[in-house]
Design a protein around this ligand. Structure first.
Ligand SMILES: C[S@@+](CC[C@H](N)C(=O)[O-])C[C@H]1O[C@@H](n2cnc3c(N)ncnc32)[C@H](O)[C@@H]1O
Length: 218
C-alpha cells in the first residue's frame, strides 16, 4: 500500500461541524441564504430546514448537474432556488443574510475572490461562513490523507487569513475532525470514497476549519 490514501470528501459525518456553525451564528427562520458550491445539496437542505418557508436558500453551483441533485434533495423545501453559476461570478437577485460554503474553496484557483463575492452577496453586517478541510491532517493508521485532484486540499489551514484578505471581520474560527476505529460511519465514509477498507485501523478524517465572519456594517 502507498504512503498516502486518496480521498474525496462530503458526507453526513461532517454534519456536526455544520450544526456547530449554524448554531454559532444563530441561523433562524426567515433568513435568506446562499449555499455556494452546493453540490448534492446537503448544506442547502440543512439551511432550508431551519429557515423554513418564510426564508429562502439559493443553491449555487458551477456544475449544471448539481441543479437536479439539489432539486431532488430539497423537494420538500419549496424555498430553495438552484442557480448554475460560478462562485467567482456570484450574483443574486437580492442581498442575503448568510453566504455559506463547504468543501468549495479547495476546488477553486482564487479562494479570496470567491470569499469576496460571498461578502458582496450578503447585506452589510451579514454573515459569511466557510468550512474547508486540511486534508493532509487526516490520518489512517497514522498515515496522512491526500487529494491530488483538488487545487488546494489543505486550504482550511489558510482559511482565517483568506477570509481577512477578502475584507471580512472574523467572529469565530475553529477546527473539528470526525474520528473512529472499526465499524461505524467514519469507516463507511472513508471506504465509500477511497474504495479502501481501513478495517480496524484508527481513522481521523480531515479536520474541517470553520470561519464565521461578517461583512463590515455600512
Ligand atoms: C465537494 S463538493 C461540495 C458540495 C457541498 N458544498 C457539500 O459540502 O456537501 C464541491 C462542489 O463545488 C462545485 N464547484 C467547484 N468549483 C466551483 C466554482 N468555482 N463555483 C461554484 N461551484 C463550484 C462543484 O461542482 C461541486 O458540486
Amino acid at each position: 500500500m502507498s504512503d498516502v490514501i486518496e480521498l474525496g470528501l462530503r458526507n453526513d459525518v461532517y454534519r456536526r461541524p455544520l450544526a456547530t456553525a449554524l448554531d454559532r451564528l444563530g441561523l433562524r427562520e426567515g433568513w435568506r441564504c446562499v449555499d455556494v458550491g452546493a453540490g448534492g445539496g446537503d448544506v442547502t437542505v440543512a439551511l432550508a430546514e431551519i429557515v423554513g418557508h418564510d426564508g429562502r436558500v439559493y443553491a449555487v453551483d458551477s456544475d449544471p448537474a448539481a441543479r437536479d441533485e439539489v432539486a431532488k434533495a430539497a423537494a420538500a423545501h419549496a424555498q430553495v432556488i438552484a442557480i448554475t453559476q460560478a462562485g467567482e461570478d456570484l450574483q443574486l437577485p437580492e442581498p442575503v443574510d448568510l453566504a455559506f460554503c463547504r468543501f468549495l474553496l479547495m476546488h477553486v484557483d482564487d479562494p479570496v475572490l470567491v470569499l469576496r463575492r460571498m461578502g458582496q452577496a450578503v447585506r452589510p453586517g451579514g454573515w459569511v461562513v466557510a468550512q474547508e478541510p486540511v486534508t493532509s491532517a487526516g490520518r489512517v493508521a497514522g498515515r496522512p490523507l491526500t487529494m491530488p485532484d483538488a487545487p488546494d486540499p489543505d486550504v482550511g489551514a489558510l482559511l482565517p487569513g483568506l477570509v481577512r484578505q477578502a475584507g471580512l471581520d472574523i467572529v469565530d474560527a475553529w477546527a473539528e475532525a470526525p474520528a473512529g476505529a472499526g465499524p461505524g460511519p467514519v469507516r463507511e465514509y472513508l471506504e465509500a470514497l477511497t474504495e479502501v477498507d481501513p478495517g480496524d485501523d484508527p481513522v481521523v478524517l480531515p479536520p474541517l476549519v470553520t470561519v464565521v465572519a461578517r461583512r463590515p456594517p455600512g
